[in-house]
Design a protein around this ligand. Structure first.
Ligand code: ATP
Ligand code: MG
Length: 233
């Protein structure tokens, strides 16, 4: 948003609390606007509290010596992007639609890792340097392609990865206060279609998402980056 020429801020709140043009201007003008919630977040007047260790959330450990680093990624709309992915944890890549998550993971990082491991793959998208490929045995690309007839059964739902995510949501203090169970966040239902999926998938493997398994995920893409000794049974 800070890169935008102009921002149109509709609000001030969501749903019935919105509907007005709160302000329209350059990012600096929006940031200075007293009524703009967007401006307050952009300017840092509002911010999220730090992650609570008590909720079982792990703050990013930037001191991890073991990491995969990709420098100068320049495919599609990426402009010499540098990223460092710490190993031995679940790493998620987020961003608005079109920001380049799939490009980064599918078109650059994954093919670059395959090439570094001497495996066949598409030619990687433009980048300058890759470090840390020797720290992992293999990179496994898992995408959201349905494995059954229903689009709701994909590799992530089939291996039960969402169970752990639902449990994490249910353990949040706010969720406990409201007595929300893991089932409540099941917008992606438990894999009822699993038997069919098992029958139709050409091959399936049970993936143990252990603490030793690092995963890089984009919303349409997930590449599991597997350090040595990660259990894939
Ligand atoms: N094959 C392609 N050729 C040219 N440009 C592309 C190609 N694929 C994607 N792009 C462009 O690259 C940019 C990043 O797209 P990308 O699909 O990587 O974003 P994304 O963050 O994964 O988005 P989404 O959340 O919608 O999946 C977009 O501007 C897109 O139009
Ligand atoms: Mg994408």
């Amino acid at each position: 948003m800070l890169e935008a020429d102009r921002i149109l801020d509709l609000g001030p709140g969501a749903g019935e609390h919105g509907g007005r043009i709160v302000c329209y201007g350059t990012p600096a003008e929006v940031m200075a606007h007293p009524e703009s919630s967007t401006g307050a977040w952009l300017a840092g007047r509002r911010s999220l509290p730090p992650l609570r260790a008590s909720a079982g959330l792990l703050a990013p450990d930037r001191s991890s010596a073991e990491r995969i680093a990709l420098y100068g990624a320049s495919e599609h709309n990426l402009k010499r992007l540098d990223i460092e992915i710490p190993l031995r944890r679940l790493v998620c890549l987020t961003g608005v639609s079109g920001s380049g998550k799939s490009t980064l993971v599918q078109n650059v990082l994954y093919p670059a890792l395959q090439k570094a491991h001497g495996k066949p793959s598409d030619t990687p998208g433009a980048f300058e340097r890759l470090e840390g490929a020797e720290l992992i045995d293999a990179a496994v690309m898992i995408d959201q392609t349905p494995i059954g007839r229903t689009t709701r059964s994909n590799p992530a739902s089939y291996v039960g990865a969402f169970d752990e995510i639902r449990a994490r949501f249910a353990a949040e203090p706010e969720a406990r206060l409201r007595r929300y169970t893991a089932g409540r966040s099941a917008s992606i239902p438990a894999p009822a279609a699993a038997p069919r999926a098992a029958a139709t998938a050409s091959s399936t493997s049970r993936c143990s998402f252990s603490p030793t398994c690092t995963c890089v995920a984009a919303n349409a893409t997930a590449a599991a980056i597997v350090p040595r000794h990660c259990r894939f049974a």
